[in-house]
Design a binder for this molecule. Structure first.
Ligand SMILES: [Zn+2]
Length: 354
């Protein structure tokens, strides 16, 4: 028989074997028998060329190539077919196999900021404060003017305000100048204006915005503001309240100290430091060896602010304070970069799960 006739027989043999393949094992055997590197049936066909009479070599070579292509394509097609069958089968098995161990759903957990905010709210709730909320888009009056920031006051510039584009009516008149609130203090103003008369005791937690972005600052962050107005409230009342609050928020052995400061809407004003929780006041890297952490701003509400909100400053007095929720969460959970708080990385949430 001619060499090309041998090839035709080989092809027939292959077709028979290929159509008998039903599973992965049979397919593997077929692949190794025909195109396996060591002893595949097609391997030595080209080596036989030297035994072929010269006039037949061209036809023989082409026939070998055709056979190789046919075999390879068929083996590949079978592979695809088998894979599809295997996938379908594994789906059915997963659905039916009730003996497999269950897969635990990953449980949700509260965000560190929510945890800290809720703790602060509950401490003040026990002290008789209620929670007040206000809009995040504010006007100049509530965010600045009513808080004793006159126009062109330099303190406005320290706030890196994000302004909104002013709407324009058809006749060209501009809408009100709006901004993203730079602090939660406008909620104080809204609370005072919205009530008939003191006593007032509220805290206002919420998001605030400033054009500021680095390791310790994010353009959006969280503050909680507190306001108390009544007859005869003193600086001593404020100090006592904040001392009790810090002992609850951190630990019973936490001390506070007040340093003079300036805010346009309080007079006098102070910054409040607490004992560094990491070293208990001894001095460490976290507190730059001072033993203290700056945590709050506070002060007695300026009589002009009270007056502007229709509260008689001769009869009533009050205090206000504010702190950054993010800063407390960063200290508590040892988070060095504020952006970690806003990246929604599940690993962070797993870490703070209690
Ligand atoms: Zn320290």
């Amino acid at each position: 028989m001619s060499a090309t006739g041998d090839l035709a027989n080989l092809q027939k043999e292959f077709e028979q074997q290929a159509s008998a393949v039903v599973g992965r094992e049979a397919w593997d055997a077929l692949r190794i028998a025909w195109v396996g590197r060591k002893q595949g049936k097609l391997k030595d066909l080209m080596a036989r060329m030297k035994d072929i009479p010269p006039e037949e070599r061209r036809d023989y070579g082409q026939a070998v190539n055709r056979l190789k292509t046919t075999v390879e394509q068929r083996i590949q097609a079978l592979d695809v077919e088998l894979e599809a069958k295997e996938k379908a089968a594994s789906r059915t098995v997963t659905a039916l196999d009730v003996t497999l161990p269950g897969r635990k759903p990953s449980l949700g957990t509260l965000h560190p900021i929510t945890l800290v905010a809720r703790q602060i709210e509950s401490i003040f709730a026990e002290l008789g404060y209620s929670v007040a909320e206000g809009p995040e888009i504010e006007d100049d009056y509530h965010n600045f003017e009513a808080l004793n920031f006159p126009p062109d006051h330099p303190a406005r510039e320290t706030q890196d305000t994000l302004f909104l584009e002013r709407a324009q009516a058809d006749d060209g008149t501009l809408g009100p100048k709006l901004l993203l609130r730079t602090h939660t203090s406008p909620v104080q103003i809204r609370t005072m204006l919205g009530r008939e008369k003191p006593p007032i005791r509220v805290i206002c937690p919420g998001r605030v915005y400033r054009n500021d972005n680095d390791l310790r600052h994010s353009p959006m962050f969280h503050q909680v503001e507190g306001l108390a107005i009544a007859e005869g409230l003193t600086f001593g009342d404020m100090k006592g309240t904040l001392d009790a609050f810090c002992k609850r928020l951190f630990s019973a052995d936490t001390d506070i100290r007040l340093r003079p400061s300036f805010f346009p809407f309080t007079e006098p004003s102070a910054e409040v430091d607490v004992t560094c929780a990491a070293c208990k006041g001894k001095g460490c890297a976290t507190c730059s060896d001072t033993g203290w952490m700056e945590i709050l701003g506070c002060g007695m509400v300026d009589p002009r602010v009270l007056e502007g909100c229709g509260i008689d400053p001769d009869r009533y007095s009050g205090y206000a304070f504010g702190l950054g929720i993010d800063r407390v969460a960063m200290n508590r959970y040892n988070i060095p970069n504020i952006r970690v708080l806003f990246e929604n990385d599940e690993r962070l949430l797993r870490q703070v799960r209690t």
